[in-house]
Every structure is written in C-alpha cells, then in structure tokens.
Design a protein around this ligand. Structure first.
Ligand code: SF4
Length: 194
C-alpha cells in the first residue's frame, strides 16, 4: 500500500484530462463550519483553481461521487448508517483522504452523545424537547450508529487537520502542498479546538 508521500508525489502524474487535481469535499456529521473555513481562504481559491477542480462537494451541484478523486476533505464524524455507507464509498474512490476538523479527527461535538443510548438521545430530541408532533422519525433520516466515531475508526485516513474549525491558512497550506505533489507537514500549524 502506498504511503502518503508516494500518493502525494503521484498526484503530479495522475492529473488526468485537463491536468488538474480532482478535489472533493464531503460533509458527514458536522456543522458546516469546516466548509466555511475552507471558503474563508477567499481569493486564494483562485490560485488553487489553477491546479485543482472541485469535482464533488456540498458547494457544487454534482450528485454522484466521481469514479476516482485525487484529494477528498471530510468534515464531520461518522454518526449514522448513511455516514457509514458514504465514507466507505468515498474511501474506495479517493487517493488521499483528509480528515478536516475536530469532528472528523476525534468525533468532537457529535461524540458528546456517546455516553447515552441512541434511544435516550432520540427521546430527548424528538419527544422530551418537542412542543408539537412528538414522534421519533423512522423514515428519510438514516438510523444513528450506537456511537459517533472519528473517520479513521472506519477507514484509513492519510492526513489529519485538527481545529474547530481548522484555520483557513492551515487548509490552504494542506491543499497547496498536495496539489503540488508534496506531503504537507502540519507540525505547529494546527491545534485542537480554537
Ligand atoms: S470541527 Fe467544529 S467547525 Fe468543524 S464540523 Fe465540527 S463543530 Fe463544526
């Protein structure tokens, strides 16, 4: 199995089609704050756009995850059957998987429910705290897993970017290194929490 340095270096020669890195972002059980921090790189997104195409994301109108993506940023923990199915699929179709933010790296806020049973969490949300239409949904909403877990407990992760959310400079650094085929060294550039 390739290590991250080999995968990163491989991006230089795997940029099919228009020669750009295929970049995706995925939102699991998170608050969207990590995606907002990604957008906070502001005009530097134009620099990245010279090297990478955003081929799948909540920020673009693409419904199907592509056959193969070079770099995928994952926001959020794995909390539901839907998250579980999605992260396994994304891992199979991604060269370099990045856990973006404390929820992806540690479960963080979604993990706060872990001391409680799923049934008691559902009761609290949909019965005890509801003012009308008190019922636990059994359709549309994917079933919760017994615990909310970090991404690397389900699939291998190549790069960890802590922070709640990670600072925009750290996100830009990681992406700009990866699109150049280099391995990002995050020592001293990130921290858990804020
Ligand atoms: S790490 Fe923080 S900002 Fe990112 S999804 Fe979790 S709670 Fe939101």
């Amino acid at each position: 199995m390739e290590n991250l340095a080999e995968k990163s270096a491989g991006l230089n020669i795997s940029q099919a089609g228009n020669g750009k890195v295929k970049l995706a972002t995925v939102w699991l059980d998170g608050c969207s704050g990590c995606h907002m921090s990604f957008l906070d790189i502001d005009e530097r997104i134009l620099v990245l756009a010279q090297k990478a195409d955003l081929v799948y994301s909540p920020l673009v109108d693409v419904k199907e995850f592509p056959e193969m993506v070079d770099v995928t940023l994952i926001e959020g923990a794995v909390s539901s059957e839907g998250d579980l199915e999605k992260i396994k699929h994304v891992r199979e179709h991604t060269r370099i998987l990045v856990s973006l933010g404390d929820c992806a790296v540690t479960a963080n806020v979604p993990g706060m429910r872990n001391p409680f049973t799923v049934q008691s969490v559902m009761d609290r949300a949909y019965i005890e705290n509801a003012q009308r239409n008190r019922q636990i949904p059994d359709q549309v909403i994917p079933a919760l897993l017994p615990k909310s877990v970090p991404v690397h407990e389900i699939v291998p992760v190549d790069v960890f970017v802590p922070g709640c959310p990670p600072h925009r400079d750290a996100i830009y650094y990681v992406l700009s290194e990866l699109v150049e085929g280099r391995t990002p060294d995050l020592a001293g550039k990130t921290r858990f929490g804020k």
